[in-house]
Design a protein around this ligand. Structure first.
Ligand SMILES: Nc1ncnc2c1ncn2[C@@H]1O[C@H](COP(=O)(O)OP(=O)(O)OP(=O)(O)O)[C@@H](O)[C@H]1O
Ligand SMILES: [Mg+2]
Length: 239
């Protein structure tokens, strides 16, 4: 079975470090009782276009506004400077200075970036985003065996969990869901691997322009907590 590597050393670290939460200053913070938690991986999943990247950019801007550096790993080639500019507003230049944006265009590149992430991180980092964890995995699925890809994905998650603890920062990963071929509802990609490593799981749902963030897993909060929002020119607004 998968295990959280380096168990005892990392646990000792965690015991020493006080965990903290990164908010984005909206009703969505209430769903996580204050924000995304340091020292662990939070997964945001939902269908294409639902708002996952928007939330990741909001957390990145918020980290910078809290005086922290951030890493944003984009695997979709979809992260747009224009959208970042809209969300960051007058803090745009500071965000570009404080946040490190990396783009992976193959699953192999994604592995390389994640496996080497600790060479970038320092004390003053307050967030790591992997958006998304599985879009490239999905593209590679035709050439390689699923079990090999799952092992590589597990190694990435183990690394992210290790740096979350070592640097006491929140890690956010996103995961797309697609309608299953057989019509049995939406299915998260590589669901089991990501679920195993994500200690908090959030779903975004959409009805028209109104989106809803729903807590699906948390170790100390009730599942089902939720808040509605709309995406606006400057970011998001409560709905
Ligand atoms: N300036 C804006 N004003 C209003 N809505 C916007 C603005 N910019 C983007 N959006 C909306 O944001 C949504 C896309 O959100 P986002 O890119 O976060 O989705 P996603 O969940 O990351 O999708 P994917 O899985 O394809 O990456 C679209 O519905 C788009 O209309
Ligand atoms: Mg996206």
């Amino acid at each position: 079975m998968m295990s959280e590597s380096g168990g005892s050393t990392l646990e000792a670290y965690r015991a020493r470090a006080e965990s903290w939460k990164l908010p984005i200053g909206s009703a969505l913070d209430r769903v996580l009782a204050g924000g995304v938690e340091s020292g662990t991986i939070t997964q945001i999943y939902g269908p294409p276009g639902v708002g996952k990247t928007n939330l990741c950019l909001l957390y990145t801007v918020s980290a910078v506004r809290h005086g922290k550096r951030a890493v944003f790993i984009d695997t979709e080639g979809g992260y747009s400077l224009e959208r970042l500019m809209q969300i960051a507003g007058e803090d745009y230049e500071r965000v570009l200075e404080m946040a490190y944006f990396y783009e992976a265009s193959t699953f192999e590149e994604q592995c390389f970036i994640v496996e080497n992430i600790e060479h970038v991180l320092r004390e003053d980092f307050g967030l790591v985003v992997l958006d998304s964890a599985v879009s490239l995995y999905r593209l590679d699925r035709d050439d390689e065996s699923v079990s090999e890809l799952n092992r590589a994905l597990s190694r990435q998650m183990a690394k992210l969990m290790a740096v979350a603890r070592r640097f006491n920062l929140p890690v956010i990963i996103t995961n797309q869901v697609y309608s299953a071929m057989n019509g049995s509802g939406a299915e998260p990609i590589a669901g089991d691997v990501l679920k195993y490593w994500s200690k908090a799981i959030l779903e975004i749902k959409r009805r028209g322009e109104v989106r809803e963030l729903v807590l699906r897993r948390h170790r100390s909060l009730p599942e089902g907590l939720s808040a509605r929002f709309v995406i606006t020119e400057r970011g998001i607004a409560d709905a």
